[in-house]
Write a protein that binds this ligand. Structure first.
Ligand SMILES: [Mg+2]
Length: 279
């Protein structure tokens, strides 16, 4: 029989090891970096991504945990005797471009599930690696920021809301058109370049919504933040307002609207629907 694992404790240990291991690399980022090919998620691999991933895998192995790794960098790998007991969905560094360019906004994201599906995630951690702020969630137990229970904002109006929109590089014409009404109504638009962390900012009330309807983002990027959002009481759905029910895989893509509460979620959805009708 499988031994009882304290997953929250394990994830904190993973994070500690990762922070320790990447520390020396942060000092040499301005030097020429080795070419390491393309990761499972389709982006060029940086040395720091691999070191971060190894740190997490090694911590799990040290604790004799069997697991299937679903990683943005290495793809799918199996460890231990019963790798289908646990699925570890990982984006070792979310926001690598920010990190490499010295923009202080990047994170690590780890989600644990019993199946390779988003709705079986039971424990999640996202750490802002610049400020050492850690968001965690366990299914049915709420969302936490640095061990304090956290909740989203009660903002109902776009006129006062801070809304994140990812419009990066993909089908920009099509995507931007669907969002014209929303952009026009929203006074404060942001995109900071680390989607897992931006979702956590909706969960803790720092911002009021975060939207990525491109259909380009990988499930490895949002797995952990998905549970943190759900457990915080904020709302995350597909662009049609349906529950997000996707497979966890480095190739699986996802589109979503995350919002602090039902009301502002509906406001955003309605504005996008309006756009569809006049298309
Ligand atoms: Mg990454």
């Amino acid at each position: 029989m499988e031994k009882q694992i304290n997953w929250l404790d394990i994830l904190i240990r993973c994070r500690n090891n990762l922070q320790e291991q990447i520390k020396p690399l942060l000092k040499t980022l301005d030097q020429l970096q080795p070419k390491l090919g393309i990761g499972a998620g389709g982006d060029p691999i940086k040395q720091i991504d691999l070191v971060a991933e190894r740190a997490i895998v090694n911590t799990l192995k040290e604790h004799e945990i069997s697991f299937t790794l679903i990683s943005e960098e290495s793809g799918i790998e199996k460890y231990g005797q019963t790798p289908h007991d646990n699925y570890v969905t990982l984006d070792p560094i979310d926001g690598t471009t920010n990190l490499v360019r010295g923009i202080p906004f990047y994170a690590t994201s780890i989600a644990i599930s019993t199946r390779p599906t988003i709705n079986t995630i039971h424990t999640a951690l996202v750490t802002d690696l610049v400020h050492s702020t850690t968001y965690t969630a366990q299914k049915g137990k709420g969302a936490y920021c640095n061990n304090q229970k956290t909740a989203p904002s009660k903002t109902k109006f776009l006129e006062t809301a801070v809304v994140g929109i990812d419009l990066n590089t993909y089908k920009a014409k099509k995507t931007a058109r669907k969002l014209t009404n929303l952009i026009q109504k929203t006074k404060h638009i942001r995109h900071l370049g680390a989607n897992a962390l931006e979702l956590c900012h909706v969960a803790d009330g720092t911002t009021d919504a975060f939207i990525d309807i491109r259909g380009k983002l990988r499930t490895t990027d949002i797995a952990a933040a998905w549970l943190i959002i759900e457990e915080s009481g904020a709302k995350i759905t597909t662009p049609d307002g349906k529950p997000i029910n996707v497979k966890l895989s480095p190739k699986q893509k996802v589109a979503f609207i995350a919002a602090a509460n039902q009301k502002i979620h509906r406001v955003i959805l309605n504005l996008m629907r309006l756009e569809k009708e006049i298309e």
